[in-house]
Design a protein around this ligand. Structure first.
Ligand SMILES: CC(C)(COP(=O)(O)OP(=O)(O)OC[C@H]1O[C@@H](n2cnc3c(N)ncnc32)[C@H](O)[C@@H]1OP(=O)(O)O)[C@@H](O)C(=O)NCCC(=O)NCCS
Length: 175
C-alpha cells in the first residue's frame, strides 16, 4: 500500500496542499467526487469496488479541514499506453490551479511507471494544451473506443470533448 512518503507529492508555496497517493480511507470520498460529475458526462461512473481495486492508480488532494478537493487516476491499456482519468476538483476549489497540479502528478506517476504516452479525453481544452498536451484523436486509441462500446456509451457521440496526448520520457523511481 502506498504511503505519504512515497508519493508524487506536488508542493507549492502558493498552494501548500499536497497531492498524494490515495489510501483506503479516501475511497468513499473519491467515489462521491468522481460521480458528482458523471451525470454531465465529464467523468465515468466509478463504483466503490472499482476504486478499491485500482487504488494504486489514484492520487488525491485534501484541504486543511480534510475535505477531498481533487483527484486523478491513471488507467492502463497496455504497458505502452495509459489514460489520465477521473480528473475532478470540487466545485468550490476550481479555478485555483489544482487541476493543473493533479495533471502534473498523474504525468509524474506515468513517467515513473515507464509509460511512453499519456492521453486524456476532456472538455478542458485550454488546460491540457497549457500542460503541454497535443490535440489528438480518439481514433488513435481503438482500445478506448472498445471500452466505450463495452459500456454502451460513445464518447464519439458526445462530440464536444477533445482528445489530448503527451509523449513521456521515463524518470527513475526515487529509491
Ligand atoms: C477540469 C477541472 C479538473 C479543472 O480543475 P481546476 O482546479 O479548475 O483547474 P485549474 O484551476 O488548474 O485550471 C482551470 C482551467 O481549466 C479549464 N477548464 C475547466 N473546466 C473546463 C470546462 N468545462 N471546459 C473548458 N475548460 C475548462 C479552463 O481552461 C481553466 O482555465 P482558466 O481559469 O484560464 O479559464 C475541474 O473544472 C473539474 O473537476 N471539472 C469537472 C470534471 C471534469 O471535467 N473533469 C475532466 C475530465 S478529464
Amino acid at each position: 500500500m502506498a504511503t505519504d512518503t512515497d508519493t508524487a507529492a506536488v508542493e507549492s508555496a502558493a498552494w501548500p496542499l499536497r497531492v498524494r497517493h490515495a489510501h483506503d480511507d479516501d475511497v468513499a470520498d473519491i467515489v462521491a467526487l468522481n460521480n458528482m460529475f458523471a451525470p454531465d458526462g465529464l467523468t465515468l461512473y466509478r463504483s466503490k469496488a472499482f476504486v478499491v481495486s485500482h487504488l494504486q492508480d489514484y492520487q488525491v488532494v485534501r484541504g486543511a479541514d480534510g475535505t477531498l478537493m481533487g483527484q486523478v487516476a491513471l488507467d492502463e491499456y497496455s504497458p505502452s499506453l495509459v489514460e489520465l482519468v477521473s480528473l475532478a476538483v470540487a466545485t468550490e476549489a476550481q479555478g485555483n490551479g489544482l487541476g493543473q497540479r493533479l495533471i502534473t502528478a498523474a504525468e509524474k506517476l506515468a513517467r515513473e511507471r515507464g509509460y511512453p504516452e499519456l492521453f486524456a479525453i476532456s472538455l478542458a481544452e485550454p488546460l491540457f494544451l497549457r500542460m503541454g498536451f497535443q490535440e489528438s484523436t480518439i481514433l488513435r486509441y481503438p482500445e478506448k473506443i472498445a471500452r466505450y462500446q463495452a459500456i454502451s456509451r460513445s464518447e464519439l457521440s458526445i462530440g464536444r470533448k477533445f482528445c489530448f496526448a503527451k509523449k513521456l520520457t521515463s524518470i527513475p523511481v526515487a529509491g
